[in-house]
Structure formats: C-alpha cells, structure tokens
Design a protein around this ligand. Structure first.
Ligand SMILES: Nc1ncnc2c1ncn2[C@@H]1O[C@H](COP(=O)(O)OP(=O)(O)O)[C@@H](O)[C@H]1O
Ligand SMILES: Nc1ccn([C@@H]2O[C@H](COP(=O)(O)OP(=O)(O)O)[C@@H](O)[C@H]2O)c(=O)n1
Length: 418
C-alpha cells in the first residue's frame, strides 16, 4: 500500500526541519532542495549517520499516542550511543502543517542495529524514516527517504539536499496549537474525547458529565473570582481564606467529579490531556453559574491555567518562542463563562522553591533541569499575562498569607459588586 506520507514528498522542498538541539530550545533549521548546495554551517558539526523519524499517520489520536511513546521505544531499542533530538517538520506560515518526530545521531559501534530498528519502524503506516549523508566533498548533506521495505532500501530518486533555513519567528509548534493543544469551544474538545473512546474508555464517562447548555452569556448574580498562579504560589491557602471571609462557595478546575480520571488523562499525550482539562472548565462553568446565583464564588484555577500551561508546554526555549502578544491563540473561548475577576499570584522564584521544599516537594538540583524549569516558568507566567478575557490582576504572593488575603479582598471590592 502506498504510504500516505509519500504525498508529503511533493511538498518537501518547501518544508523546514527544525531540530530542538537542547532543553533551552536552541533550534537548528534546514530546508531541502533538489539541487546540491553547501550545507548549513551548523550542520557540519553533526556526525555521520544521522536519521529522522517523523510521525505522520491519518488518525490524530493514534498518531499522538504513537509519538508520545516513540522516545521510550527508540531509547529501548536503539544502542545507548544514539542521541535523540526532537524534530519538527513544517511548511512555514501554514497552519496545521507540523509533523513531529526525532532526529538521531548514531555514534554507536553497531550501525546495523540502528538501521534494523529504523527499518522495522519504517514499515509502519504512520512513520517516515530518512537518512542524512555527507557528500563525497565532505560539505554537502543530502536526505534520503527510506522506502520502508524490509531490506531498508533507500529510495534514491527521492534524494533531497540539505540547505540552511531561516529560523521561524516563533516555535514551529505554534502552527498546530489550535485544536491540538488549546481548544476554543466545547465541541472541539468533545470531538477529541469522542475519537478516543475506543482506546480510553474513561472518555465516555467524562463526556457524560459535560453539559450541553451554553452558560457563557448568563451573567451571575454574585461575583465569580478566579485565583491563578504557578504551583505553590498560595492558591489553596488564599482560596480557603476567601471562602471564609466572604461566605463564598469554593470551586476548582478540573472539578472534583473529574478526580477519578485525572491521572488517566495526565498519562496521555497533549492532544487528549488538554481536551480533558478544557472540558473540566466547562463543567466548572456550569457549577459557577449555579452557585453564583446564591453566593460569591471563588475558583482555584480556570481557563488561564488551561491555556497558559498548554501553550507554554508545546513550545520550548525562551519567552520569545511563545505565540506573539495579541495572537488569537490567547483568546477566551466564546462559549465559556467569564468570571468577574482573575487574580494571578506571582512569587519570587527562591521563595516559591522554599515553599515547595517546605511542602516536601524539593526540585532536582540538576542544573540543566533548573534552567529548563526556569524557562518553563517564565513562559507560563508570560502566557498568563497574554491571555485575554476578564480583568486579570497580578498580585505579589510574597507577603504573609493574611496580607495577601487583605489585598485580594480590596481588589474584589474594587472590581466586583458584593
Ligand atoms: N503568603 C504566604 N506566605 C508564606 N507561606 C505561604 C503563603 N501562602 C501559602 N503559603 C505556604 O506555601 C505552601 C504552598 O501554598 P498552597 O496554598 O498549597 O499553594 P498552591 O495551592 O498554589 O499550590 C503551603 O505550605 C502554604 O502553607
Ligand atoms: N484549569 C486547569 C487546571 C489545571 N490544568 C493543568 O494541571 C496542571 C496543574 O495542576 P497541579 O496539580 O499542579 O495544580 P494544583 O492542583 O497543584 O493547583 C497544569 O500543568 C495544567 O496543565 C489545566 O490545564 N487547567
């Protein structure tokens, strides 16, 4: 059977391959042409025996799950000396054109094992394997698409040459974010869970809990205040105190009724996991609508968390790799109830670390991991700031719990009718 991915070939000359070189998100970009040219400068540092494995099946649920397990599969089967780097292949500026996979540098003593593993993978309908070879003059690199046959023949007629390419303005993942990482209406998030019912039976139970009414236009009688912020910024402490101080109802997103399934969806790839959290907001929104007809409502995390974590996780590297400020990716879903006020708690990184440690959740002291966390935290906080919708006020959660409470009570008085 002709592989679906063969149809990609026609477009490959305009595709850019973007290799995530390290956790800080430095990217190496190259494109392909039919004519040999000089290799990109940085490409020369890459050793011989490089391969790419791209996941490009038709079924988005299966592809997402296959990609999710691919790194483990490759690490288990390939020689330990194979370096794996995430690679994205995309058409610049073309929405939904991104295909993900891994770029491999094989420094092992056993090249035939690597080729055997990749040859077997290449037989799968949803995988495309390529080799990268340096030309006889040592300067040019070419890419050969594997035919996927058992003897790992390379399809020489499909040879393309590697040329340098401009780095994209934003991380390539931005092209595929809508309806893969962030869902802007209930129906799109429901579709993902409907498609996954056969492989994740828990999806049915979640779908049954999601109502169908559109409460977005209903204006609650009492204020609804959402408390947002990174882990350990003091959301639980503050929401409890606000509940007491205001005689309010306390809700959270994801709501309590989803707790039995949260761990199941946390193990799934972003497509499925994010759809689950998106639906959690709609369930919480229904509860908000009901509770706010009787008393003020305080909510621990809501849409800002869902959108910001999803966007910040989908890209790597510095804040500049996020979708630009004002991008429609930061919009509020029109069918999701807006709260009266969102308070975003921020905390000095050292103090946050101290609170995490006091709670018995020390972080790894591996420096690279800390760097990675630092950038991730910065991306989440910046995404929080960029999300549009209801008024969002940043509050420094560094002072004592009582001072933070008093400040937020003042804000609620200013912004909401009590
Ligand atoms: N304003 C504050 N000052 C000092 N410690 C705080 C303050 N607010 C919360 N804490 C402590 O920090 C830790 C994390 O707070 P918590 O409310 O659980 O955060 P979150 O719900 O955002 O993860 C807890 O041990 C809590 O007692
Ligand atoms: N409304 C929400 C709440 C959490 N989440 C996700 O849940 C994670 C935060 O969960 P957590 O367990 O650290 O939150 P807390 O319960 O500690 O406040 C984030 O990584 C988000 O991806 C979400 O997407 N939407």
């Amino acid at each position: 059977m002709a592989k679906r991915s063969m149809s990609l070939l026609g477009q490959w000359s305009s595709r850019v391959f973007s290799i995530d070189l390290d956790k800080r998100g430095a990217l190496l970009n190259f494109a392909l042409t039919e004519k040999p040219q000089q290799a990109p400068e940085t490409f020369r540092n890459i050793q011989e025996r490089c391969y790419s494995v791209l996941v490009c099946g038709d079924d988005r649920i299966q592809s997402a799950r296959f990609y999710w397990g691919l790194e483990d599969l490759l690490r288990n089967e390939l020689p330990a000396e194979c370096e794996l780097l995430p690679v994205s292949s995309y058409l610049p500026h073309v929405k939904d054109s991104l295909i993900r996979g891994y770029f491999l540098k094989d420094a092992s003593e056993c090249p035939s094992l690597t080729r055997r593993v990749l040859g077997a993978l290449g037989l799968s309908e949803q995988v495309q394997v390529c080799s990268y070879l340096r030309g006889p003059d040592g300067g040019r690199w070419s890419q050969q698409l594997w035919s996927g046959s058992e003897n790992q023949n390379m399809d020489v007629s499909k040879t393309c040459y590697v040329v340098p390419s401009e780095e994209a303005n934003y991380h390539p993942s931005v092209l595929n974010m809508e309806n893969s990482d962030v869902f802007y209406c209930r129906a799109e998030a429901c579709k993902v869970l409907q498609e996954s019912c056969d492989i994740i039976p828990e999806s049915r139970a979640v779908l049954e809990l999601v109502g169908k009414t559109d409460a977005s236009r209903h204006s609650p009688d009492f204020p609804v205040v959402v408390i947002e912020g990174l882990d350990a910024t003091g959301k639980t402490t503050l929401t409890e105190s606000l509940r007491e101080a205001l005689g309010a109802r306390l809700l959270r997103s994801p709501p309590q009724c989803l707790s039995p399934w949260r761990a199941v969806f946390d193990r799934e790839p972003p497509l499925i996991r994010r759809a689950f959290y998106a639906l959690g907001n709609y369930i919480t929104a229904e509860q908000m609508g009901m509770e706010a007809s009787q008393a003020p409502v305080i909510v621990d995390r809501y849409w800002h968390s869902t959108a910001s974590y999803a966007i910040a996780t989908a890209v790597s590297g510095p804040v500049s790799s996020l979708p630009p400020e004002g991008s429609p990716l930061y919009r509020w879903p029109p069918d999701l109830l807006q709260p009266s006020l969102v308070v975003q708690l921020t905390l000095d990184p050292q103090e946050r670390k101290r609170r995490l440690e006091a709670r018995g959740q020390g972080q790894t002291d591996e420096e690279q991991e800390l760097d990675h966390n630092l950038l991730f935290r910065l991306r989440v906080e910046e995404a929080y700031r960029r999300v549009r919708g209801p008024a969002c006020v940043v509050v420094d959660a560094g002072p004592s719990a009582d001072k933070v409470l008093q400040q937020v009570l003042l804000l609620i008085k200013e912004h909401c009718r009590l």
